[in-house]
Design a protein around this ligand. Structure first.
Ligand code: HEC
Length: 192
């Protein structure tokens, strides 16, 4: 009995010793690596250099002309002609309704109000706080209100001609862009 207890104590002490010594206060060092294939990943990390590709970049951009699933390429360019053409050819397929306007406002408040202001007069915080130097166009004045829906959609998608307003296409789904257009025309426009 005594021997068993002795062996048990010895093992416990050895275990405790291993536990204490295996901890390392140097957080930059992983300690003993006894399963290297779990510790170090076999594939190249996204941002690590890569000897396989001629430009040494691991995270290769998609092949030119690739279209993401569920996305349609946008056919117009960020030029004066492109904007005019979008105004002529694109139509808002969504019918105005309370739900659409509510969602349009929600999207507008998230993506546009910071510059154009909650009332759309260009009084957004980024501008009034002087963090953003260019005055955002008033969306309630005739200049924007008289634009066809497609032109406003175009500006949201690709940004303004001068580039002062950036493209929002990558952030906002096409359907939500059309909801914002309705909101700009049917709610903000009324407060003019
Ligand atoms: C970072 C600030 C900023 C954000 C965010 C922003 N805009 Fe703008 N917007 C501007 C500025 C600045 C201009 C004037 C740009 C110019 O004259 O080139 C402008 C111009 C416009 C115009 C007029 C374009 C024209 O043809 O003259 C429209 C329409 C517009 N914005 C709508 C929107 C909508 C809708 C959103 C939200 C999806 C939005 N903007 C988000 C800053 C912004």
């Amino acid at each position: 009995m005594k021997l068993k207890r002795y062996i048990f104590n010895l093992l416990a002490a050895a275990g405790l010793l291993i536990m204490i010594t295996s901890c390392d206060h140097d957080r930059n060092h992983p300690g003993w690596v006894y399963m290297p294939d779990m510790m170090y990943s076999v594939p190249y990390d996204a941002y690590s250099p890569n000897p396989v590709f001629s430009d040494s970049i691991t995270m290769q951009p998609p092949v030119k002309g690739t279209i993401a699933r569920g996305r349609k390429p946008y056919p117009f360019e960020r030029t004066f002609q492109g904007q005019q053409q979008a105004g002529k050819e694109l139509e808002n397929q969504l019918e105005v309704s309370e739900d659409i306007l509510r969602e349009g406002k929600r999207q507008y408040d998230i993506f546009c109000a910071i510059c154009h202001g909650e009332q759309g007069k260009g009084e957004g915080h980024l501008y009034t706080s002087k963090l953003f130097p260019a005055k955002p166009t008033s969306l309630v004045d005739d200049y924007v209100q008289n634009k066809p829906d497609g032109e406003i959609y175009h500006v949201i998608t690709l940004g303004s001609l001068s580039g002062l307003m950036g493209a929002h296409g990558p952030q906002i789904k096409p359907e939500d862009r059309w909801k914002i257009v309705h909101y700009v025309k049917h709610e903000l426009g009324k407060s003019n």
